[in-house]
Write a protein that binds this ligand. Structure first.
Ligand code: ADP
Ligand code: MG
Length: 274
């Protein structure tokens, strides 16, 4: 469905996305997990054709996002990190504007607007000004515009950020519902969120893909970090000093041996990335 090959993005001489490759299959909910600055938004902006890549390719159903943008973009609905809402309009007016921009007209446009309003449950505010809506409702309007035109893939950049706990639960439920009829990709920096909603997780750190797995496997990897056993002819202080400079070690157990030197187990896991 989506193929990302060797995607690389430099902002000036800063490397934000570093040789990212992965495949998105139809019919799953994918979570992009990573801390702030990991490169999630940059990757999503490139995948949706909103930003150019320095190197690499993105193909949507075989259509290159840069060479055949019209065909490729028709297959994607995108909610960017900052949704481009026109706050002086009502959801209905805004959706008509976006629908027309997507090439919908007449009765098809009207039916589509009614459908996305029902799907995102914003019927009771459809005639209110967007400026008067809560952040949770605004986010739904943003998701509604992504759904117009019934694209196969819905890409949502941090859809729950800045929402209160009840709104977060509602948006998560909505994402689950969307996953029944669309391929959904959404980003988050909250591990539990992607674990409960997604059936595939991609962890991105410093622009690199570090994990692509199913949630149950990820849990196993998080709960049982790999362990390295070492023996060294050195004091505990010296071992701790040297290993403190090595990334992703979550714990050190050092034991002095009878004949001098130390041995120990050094678990390291994914925690260092999150
Ligand atoms: P995320 O969405 O995971 O928080 P971003 O893709 O927004 O990460 O950013 C990745 C890195 O690229 C960050 O270090 C960010 O500061 C940098 N960055 C993002 N946009 C720009 C830009 N327009 N110019 C320069 N650096 C940028
Ligand atoms: Mg972001």
């Amino acid at each position: 469905m989506i193929s990302v090959e060797h995607l690389t993005k430099y902002y000036g001489d800063f490397l934000a996305v570093d040789d990212l490759s992965f495949e998105i299959d139809e019919g799953h909910v994918y979570g992009f997990l990573g801390p702030n600055g990991a490169g999630k938004s940059t990757t999503m902006n490139i995948m949706t054709g909103c930003l150019s890549a320095t190197e690499g390719h993105v193909r949507i159903d075989g259509h290159d996002i840069f060479d055949e943008p019209d065909k490729a973009k028709r297959l994607i609905g995108y909610l960017p990190e900052i949704p481009p809402l026109y706050v002086s309009e009502t959801p209905e007016e805004y959706l008509r504007f976006v629908g027309e921009a997507k090439g919908l007209k007449g009765s098809v446009l009207r039916e589509q607007i009614d459908k996305v309003i029902a799907d995102t449950r914003i019927g009771d505010v459809r005639k209110r000004r967007i400026s008067a809506l809560s952040k949770g409702y605004r986010q739904r309007v943003g998701i509604a515009q992504a759904l117009l035109g019934n694209p196969k893939v819905i890409i949502l950049d941090e859809p729950t950020i800045g929402l209160d706990p009840i709104q977060i639960i509602e948006i998560r439920d909505l994402i689950r519902d969307l996953g029944r009829s669309h391929t959904v990709i959404f980003s988050s920096h909250i591990l539990s969120e992607v674990q409960t909603i997604c059936d595939r997780i991609l962890i991105i750190a410093k622009g690199k893909l570090v994990v692509f797995d199913e949630p149950q496997n990820l849990e196993r990897r998080l709960l049982t970090p790999d362990e390295i056993n070492l023996k060294a002819e050195a004091s505990e202080t010296e071992i701790r000093r040297i290993l403190s400079g090595v990334g992703h070690i979550s714990e050190m157990n050092v034991k002095e041996e009878a004949g001098g030197g130390c041995s120990g187990a050094y678990p390291y896991g994914l925690r260092g990335y999150l």
